[in-house]
Design a protein around this ligand. Sequence first.
Ligand code: ATP
Length: 337
Amino acid sequence: MTVEDELTAGNASAEEGAASPRAPRPALVVGHLSRSYDDLQAVSDLSFSVAPGEILGLVGPNGAGKTTTLRTVAGVLPLQQGSVTIDGHDLASEPVAARSQLAWVTDNPEPFESLTVAEHLEFTASLYGVDEWRERAEELLERFELAEKRDTLGHELSRGMQQKLAFCCAWLHRPGLVLMDEPLSGLDPRGIRSARDAIVELAEEGTAVVLSSHLLELIEALADRILILDGGRRVFSGTLDEARHAGLGAEGGDLEEIFMAATTVRRRPAALSEADRVPQSSEVDRKPSGRDAAGAEVARDSATPGPEAAGQASGGGDEMTPRATTKPAAADESADS
Ligand code: ATP
């Protein structure tokens, strides 16, 4: 039984942090996490763990609670309910130790306006207490094609360059856990290639990665396991093969098909128009691609992935995601409520 299973079954607390004496300590354990904004329940009773060197793909429809989960794990949002343990350190009681292991890359980089590229790296190194950082910083600047911009101020960088700088800062201190929320957004094709390679190398070096993206091909290519959220709840966690065995999508189906089968098609509560009407299964021309929303809903109904899928939380809408910073995680003290 994994830590995650134990947590889900209520047999362990997140503080335990180790599944068995022989298993390596998980880099991240999230236990029974719930998070609301006023009366909107954004995340409900979510438990999962990530092992060192593992890439967990976090996917779900708009409003599923992915960013809220990542912001809570990063300590950007205060913990309301549940627990987060990073490399054995409880985020609530040991916030500095927990966050020192963490790097956080979002889709909305916000570099410091008054610091140059080089100064960002120097600041990050001092923040995380990294002594021997210059050589690694140079490698990262070369890798992400920022070497010629070392003296450029943060706000003078293009959007994609700001994203690359966020990668360099996140990579600099060799974190035990990297959280990424749509990290490739704004990158040019070469930047995307560099970032993908860098994510894989980071994991090979032992860093645990939580990668949230709507780019399902990216997740399918990089992730060891996937966690699918819908309406703030976990609807599936496991490998693609396990998803297929659980009946999500057709045999051999890709992540897109699994996603369609696992997640809810949100419909207006009012009477549906004829064009919107979900056909009965006998009417459906089942497409192997599973791209058809009606077909996906039928597939989901016939392949409910477990008890957690039964109770969909309310409040998962199509609202915009909150802003997030790509300043070093430990530097961001803007914990909004
Ligand atoms: P997306 O794929 O669109 O980025 P997501 O899965 O990241 O979505 P969240 O941004 O976590 O979803 O949002 C989950 C729910 O919480 C949504 O219903 C959203 O409207 C709500 N929400 C998010 N941030 C706030 C906020 N700051 N204030 C109020 N509600 C919020």
